[in-house]
Design a protein. Sequence first.
Length: 390
Amino acid sequence: MTDGQKRLLLAADPIDLAISDAAARLSGGLSVRLEQLAKREADVRLTAGWETLPNMPARLVWEAFEPGAAAFFVVYKLMHEARSSLPKIYRAIAWHLCSVQPDRFGIVTYREQLWSLLASIDGWPEDLATVALGNLEQFVFDALKERSESDWFCYKEDDYKRDARWIASRLRENASWVQGLRTLRRVQISQQTSITAGNVILQIPQELQTLADSICNQATEGQLRSLAEIQTQIAALAWHFAEKRNWGPCVEESVPLDLLVLQPDGKLLVVAMTRHETNREKQKELRKRMVYLRFFAHYAFGEREPRDVTTVVGFYADKKARHKQWSLKSKPLSHEEEIWSFHQFWKYIVGKDNAAQLVEKITSDAAGILRKKDLVSQVRTFVAGPKKKS
């Protein structure tokens, strides 16, 4: 790299660089999967046969596509995997964009990092301040690499190292945050299996469950409590349980800790991401889980005034501000301040008015990278190529 190129790189907008890097990571994730098509097809042929296709239509599809049935199935599964990984990809992109803005974000973590740093690591250091920074970076690096083996977004070792360096430095600088992670770990049902659909599974004390149910039921009946009242009640309950060793009867709930942000001013933001297609019953569940999010934000991360904790539902992929099953006759389950549209969510993450367009640019740039590789020809050759009968 020439001196001129280095100067241009240093002068570039960190967000623009992050957008470009995200596109490269995303396209790289698909490239890696295409390189694995042959191995995946071999695995399919080992596990899919006449006796494993229990009904006539399934057997008909398999026979109709022979000799390319397994290859066709692998490509279909690739499309399905891309769709099902959408929330995880967007969470990773949101975190990546935050990580290049240290002045705006003190520390940020999301579901998959919570899983790596909270639930799946044996030997959580009792005091990270006593761990040498290099050892801490290695500790985080190993966790990220193990968790990200099948990640669409992180695929190069340099990515892991850069992310581990950023996370480790902030863990060292934020003792209260580390204490919060340790506190959450203690209330998980199991450190090794406390994850479902990407959510941390936490113990919910009976009083908290009752409060969440009452808030949701009243909202359904058109009597949504004021936001200030909800915030005050939850904070008081969290402080009450912070002084108790024995929580009494508890239930297990999967809590959507999608994005946690400790802001430079000490305020805490917790985001639960949502989709436009979410039905009414799922909306009710989300309303209750928003209560749980606020409770654990207060409980784990130190005594804060209610106004210093913000919990929101964010439309991360749909350019909407409402769920699909909403009408003027529907009783609102949340206050307007608790719902961020697609544009509001990404404007907060990016800090620019054109944030939504920049996020969309990641996909178009990644597609441009992949088009140069002529993936269509690769897939056609793969599907149409000679196949060995198993």
